[in-house]
Design a protein. Sequence first.
Length: 579
Amino acid sequence: MIKRVLLNFLIICVVIASSIYPHIIPEDGFQFLEHPKWASWFLGGFVLLLPIIIFLSYQLFRVYKSYLNTQQSVFSMMEIHQHTRQMNSEKSHFLATISHEIRNPLQAILGTHELLLKDLSLKKESKYLIQGAYNTSKSLLDMLNQVLDLSKIESGKISLVYEPISLRELLIHLTQSFEGLCKARSNVLKLHLDPVLAQSLLIDCTRLNQVLANLISNAIKFTQNGLIYVSVNVLNDTHAEQFLQFQVIDTGCGIPDEDIERIIEPYERSIGFHQQAVPGSGLGLSISSAILASMNSQLHIDSKLSLGTSASFKVKLKRSSSLPISHHIDLLKPKLDFEREHFSGKTALIVDDYPACREIISQQLSHFGFFCIQASHAEEGFSLLDKHLVDLVITDEFMPEITGRQFAQMIKRDHPLIKIIILTGDTQFASKLNSIEVSMIHAFMIKPIELNDFYQTLVQVFSADQLHWDFNRLMEFTNNNAFDAYEILRSILQTQHELALEFEEHLLPMDISTLASLCHKISSGAKLIDAHLLIQYCQIIQNSPSVISPVHIRHVYEELLLLNKLIQDFLDFHNSDII
């Protein structure tokens, strides 16, 4: 408005000035300057330029005012951005804390259930009740994982990991896991798979399984005495990929039209026949929709009241020439047959400030063959390392004063050969580890820990130590002359026997110089047969005499005795070859 007024004023001034200027200037000009005629032209020009100057000044003022407003907006946006980052950080911290607080009791509950299910003396009725409690606890864990998944999605941290999978096997096992829930609601669950479905496809098994499980679970919740129909059809098939349509159809109560778009939002649930919200967290469809979006797909829901609901999506999956990987684990029949001898004689230290969790982990490790000792905090655990010959330390990450990673650093400084596993309730723990921390720990596990996963992790952690020595190293040393290799091995064994006796004679007390001399002799023979553990034990004593404890000395002595026994058994077995 002001701009228009100024423009009109400028035009009027120009018109007036141009009309009256010739009439008001005298012929001989104004007399108050040295050049009257030039003065009169100057005065006329000023009258013409004055409105333009006013207009330009106004424009400059507007630009300056706009600049100030922009600066203020930028500062406001920076404050909002900083506040948002702070809120996200606080939310992540809150989720990590609440996850830890919930997963600790879940570890105790699920661990107890698994150990009880292994008890052969337990009655069938009792096992049935325990199995029900186990499944209920798993449902609670699934709900917690969904909340954390939603947090990952909101922060943009969701990622897909593709690997060769048999989609046929995945769907068969998935539908089988829902048969019990279907029978409880008098439903029939049917599965249809297109005959031309590829044997191996590149799939993120966990995410696709999560989407389908959410859709099937919802279908069962909305259906009573009805049919649940799951199908996969190949819409387009090439040598490189398959374009698939997944459908989950039910004959349940249906979803009102006004609810279909709303239930995709987080924490929203539909209303059933009795105007009551269907049980659940209200996150399943929201998470499924976000996962499908990351797969360049979209969830479509069609529903009619009293007729049922159809949930479908289409996705392109690449073929794979590799054999499919099986991810199926039967949760209802936990695989509890383990080789106790695998870890027999090993000692584990459990450090956790949650007593129930500490006790369950101890029971699980005892089931694998470990001898267990416990500590409620890091300082107590560290003091126990000087009193016991420990092979494995399992520590919780969230502990008062000293975290699990800080405790691992303390252990690696003075006991570098001890295996370390960190337990945590933070599902994003891996992303928080730096390269130094990764090198310090041998594994980490997310609570709650199932027996099968626990056992497999322990096997992987200790797998590198199964070979205590290598006869092939002697064969290389003797240019594949077996007779010479056996002669050298016998000589090494004789020397190691004498060193073991000397070690036992001077075991306690033993001065540093004698100990270092013995370790030097032991490691010389050990290097010929690549006895890596014994070499490492000796190097610790030789390189760090100031931190030597009785535990370090027992490490060397017991590994030496074990190595001598293994060599003697080897020579006895190959006695005919030696002759």
